[in-house]
Design a protein around this ligand. Sequence first.
Ligand SMILES: [Zn+2]
Length: 120
Amino acid sequence: MRYLRIFTFLLAFLSIGAASSAPSELRLADVITYLTFYDLTHVPVLQNQEGRQFWGMSSYYPEKHIWLSDAAGPHQRKLTLLHEFIHVHYFEQGFLEAASDESRVKREAERLYKKLYGNR
Ligand SMILES: [Zn+2]
């Protein structure tokens, strides 16, 4: 009985550990892997049915696709592509809530952009 309690405690500890784990940082290897099964399409202008413009969009299921608007400047395009890959990265790692958390993805994209390009 005592062993069972220790075992249960260990299981609880392990599941807390798993629940608190966060998605990993997007790496070049991840980007290359995703490009083996995601399509990337450049479009002159990207907008929804209400006419709202977007710099980028991604779809994970069933269609795996990233769209990038060519209406943005070079800096914005790089930042947008990073942003879309972070959405995809969170989704593909199984962090569905993080994948749809727009402000979290935005923050991470800006942080990673600075790390990769400095202030360019
Ligand atoms: Zn987004």
